[in-house]
Design a protein around this ligand. Structure first.
Ligand code: GLC
Length: 754
């Protein structure tokens, strides 16, 4: 019996989150203000205003006369976008601007690793600098409020604490390697339907406790230099001219000292924007160009305000070294060091949901493996508008398998279904009918071929899921069912060969009611970047154990998720019966009618679920889920024991230190992600059933034990007091719950906040 070795893990400190920071965060950008005084004093009003709007599609002006370089931006959050035309949405077709495609947001979040997020940011910054770019238009850190959100795959998590830890890691990685981030989209851009007109109606507490934390953490803990105002309105005001968001909260409360750029086409006024704190109108100059000069001359806005907006831009400009055109693009954007980072993230992101002893794949006597599904050969880098990456290469699942076991197994492939393709423009009914008939013909052919392959294989590897046309900026999915008739196909495959391993390469939740029972193993492998196929193959054959954990809940059915259950989303669907009933019943009282009218106005997003987003909803309302937040299996098993805390009672300035012993009771090395949730026992305020407040990913060899320390500053347990408009303490009995997911609590302990 190997003697279990006890190693003391490094302190896992979860920094202050809820604190009303007595001292406002002091940005290092403030160090340039003296120098900036001198620059501004030499500038004319025209020269200053020249800096406040786009010069080209992804460039805003500096000042040539004074030697201030232009600011160069690059999409997107997971790969430096190809070189674009100065005034258009097309690329220039270069050869050297092929970038590393990093795993998308939800994949990074599935690693539950702030350290990998730091590496990720480092990789993004290196490639941005190679291209001479100053500011990366990322990370995209809105909370995943709806499973169908077109950009849920781009964002990180449904949980603010997990999102915050990763946003800090990414931001530090980018800014410690010479580029600036642009936190987007500030704020409450949680849906793509009507994103340019929708008005998010939300209470202060949910905004503060759920939607703001990732932005606040990236500013206060990682000194983010940039932010992008979102397209939508928040409580009636466009984000790009929202005094409360941009000046009061972002700048005055959080200490943000950098620059706010509008989303592309998201500016709506001259005086309102520049006063509220918008620095740069992108990609136009309709509002912050001549109109602003005229407004200053007409006395509608003071030149002092213009000076302040210029100052905030110059701080970033002086902090980020300008790279002259002739020094940029000297070599291929994508470099091996970054490809390695992409692999590391991908290999730690893959979530094993189910495994009935069929994984790792057994390769003795060279089995026939039927790889079925267009997602096995689908390139996931391009698509999704701004988040598309012209990548140097992308290893697809089929290529990854051939790379790793092409000589150890007979791999046969069948497409199985036609993937959804993005199609522009409208079609006539005749065209649609003709297309439908053609599609049916093709589909039947593809199914027939797939079933022939399945019948002669030892194991079927079904690779399905969404793609970048299904999940994309600009539109939300209508449902979460697997597209392209995949459910029907897997039913047919199971009839000829029940030995199915299913891999879904999706970025957001799918409906698993059909694939789960028919699959002996089930994994999510995300839109997983340049090295995604190699990482997937390594997991399937056991070179590494899977270790990803769900960054969002997978509901049994879409209608169970909060915004749907409450009728808050989709908006603009006239629920004739519900609406009429509500109106009929509420002739006298106006609130419900008002509520009903809201849920039927396509431009009103009613966040009446408040803080009950994701697992907060399912756990508080006791709604069964398909797979809980934080869930993921490995090829090993872990035992939790020895929960201890440094004290029993804690004051509001204390730090709760939790120690547990984790033992790898299996046969292979694997990473466990220990999660700590806090449940309030006798609070004076209303709270979700529990909330994630600390976590740690720990690699442990078989038979080994490790002691893990997790810390929760009591300040992180504050709530936003809507009456005081400030953070406040709800000192009560709490229960710290340590577990492997929100649905698998292993150890609990009652503590007292006094
Ligand atoms: C898009 C996106 C934003 C992107 C910008 C520039 O509309 O909302 O995320 O960075 O425009 O492409």
């Amino acid at each position: 019996m190997r003697i279990a070795k006890i190693f003391l893990m490094a302190l896992i400190v979860s920094p202050l989150m809820g604190s009303t920071a007595d001292k406002v965060h002091q940005s290092k950008l403030l160090q340039y203000d003296k120098q900036i005084d001198g620059i501004i004093s030499q500038m004319t009003l025209e020269e200053k205003v020249e800096m406040l709007h786009a010069k080209f599609m992804f460039v805003s002006a500096g000042n040539e006369r004074l030697g201030i370089a232009d600011v160069k931006y690059a999409d997107g959050p997971f790969g430096i976008r190809e070189e674009m035309q100065p005034k258009g949405w097309a690329g220039l077709g270069w050869e050297t601007d092929k970038a590393t495609f990093f795993p998308t947001g939800s994949a990074l979040a599935a690693t539950w690793s702030p350290e990998l997020a730091y590496q990720y940011g480092t990789g993004m910054a290196r490639e941005a600098r190679l291209r001479g770019k100053d500011m990366i238009l990322g990370p995209a850190i809105n909370i995943q409020r709806i499973p169908t959100g077109g950009r849920t795959y781009e964002y990180l998590s449904e949980d603010p604490f997990l999102s915050s830890r990763l946003a800090v890691g990414y931001t530090n990685g980018v800014q410690e390697n010479g580029a600036a981030v642009c936190l987007k989209h500030f704020a409450l851009n949680n849906q793509e339907n009507n994103r340019g007109t929708v008005n998010a109606i939300i209470g202060e507490r949910a905004m503060r406790e759920i939607y703001f934390p990732p932005f606040r953490a990236a500013v206060e803990e990682a000194d983010a230099f940039g932010a992008m105002s979102a397209y939508n309105k928040v409580n009636g005001f466009w984000c790009a001219e929202n005094e409360i968001l941009l000046n009061k909260i972002l700048r005055q409360e959080w200490g943000f000292a950098g620059m706010v750029i509008s989303d592309w086409g998201g500016t709506h006024s001259t005086v309102g924007s520049v006063k509220a704190g918008l620095n740069v109108e992108m990609p136009s100059k309709q509002y912050l160009g001549q109109a602003l000069i005229d407004s200053v001359k007409a006395g509608k806005v003071s030149e002092e305000i213009v000076n302040l907006r210029v100052r905030e831009i110059l701080r970033v400009r002086l902090a980020i070294k300008a790279i002259p055109e002739k020094e940029a693009n000297k070599e291929m954007t994508s470099q091996p060091a970054q490809q390695k980072i992409a692999y590391d993230v991908a290999s730690k992101s893959i979530v094993l949901l189910k495994n009935e002893g069929v994984l790792p794949l057994q390769l003795k006597n060279k089995p026939i493996i039927a790889v079925i599904g267009a997602n096995a050969t689908q390139i996931m880098a391009s698509g999704g508008m701004g988040a598309g990456v012209k990548t140097l290469y992308e290893v697809t699942p089929l290529e990854g398998l051939k790379n790793r076991i092409g000589d150890k197994a007979e791999i046969i492939f069948a497409k199985g279904y036609e993937p959804v393709k993005f199609s522009w423009g409208r079609k006539t009914p005749e065209q649609l009918e003709k297309e439908k008939q053609e599609k049916e013909l093709v589909a039947n052919e593809l199914i027939k071929e797939a079933l022939e392959m399945a019948a002669k294989a030892n194991v079927v590897l079904f690779i399905g899921g969404d793609n970048r046309s299904v999940e994309t900026e600009g539109s939300d999915r209508k449902d979460i069912f697997l597209p392209s008739g995949q459910d029907e196909l897997i039913r047919k495959i199971a009839a000829v060969n029940p030995n199915i391993v299913t891999v879904l390469t999706s970025g957001a939740p799918n409906d698993l009611n059909v694939v789960k029972p028919l699959s002996k193993a089930l994994l999510i492998s995300w839109f997983n970047g340049t090295e995604g196929g190699n990482a997937l193959a390594d997991v399937l054959i056991g070179n590494i154990s899977p270790s990803g954990r769900l960054p969002f809940t997978i509901p049994v059915k879409l209608e169970d998720s909060p915004a749907y259950a409450l009728g808050n989303y989709p908006q603009g669907i006239k629920k004739a019966d519900v609406f009429a009933k509500l109106v009929a019943e509420t002739e006298t009282v106006d609130k419900p009618k008002d509520e009903a009218s809201k849920s039927n106005d396509p431009n009103t997003a009613n966040y009446s679920e408040e803080s009950l987003v994701g697992y907060r909803w399912f756990d508080t309302k006791n709604v069964k889920v398909m797979y809980p937040f934080g869930y993921g299996l490995t090829y090993s098993t872990f035992e939790y024991s020895g929960l201890k805390t440094n004290k029993e009672k804690y004051g509001k300035d204390d730090v709760i230190s939790i120690s547990i012993v984790l033992k790898n009771t299996g046969k292979v090395a694997a990473d466990e992600v220990a999660q700590v949730y806090v449940h309030r026992i006798n609070p004076s305020e209303e709270w979700p059933q529990k909330e994630l407040k600390a976590f740690s990913r720990i690699p442990i060899n078989p038979g080994e034990s490790k002691t893990v320390i997790l810390e929760i500053p009591v300040k992180n347990l504050q709530y936003w007091n809507g009456k005081k408009h400030a953070w406040d303490d709800d000192l009560c009995k709490i229960e710290v719950e340590v577990g492997a997911s929100a649905g698998d609590i292993k150890l609990k302990k009652e503590l007292t906040l006094k």
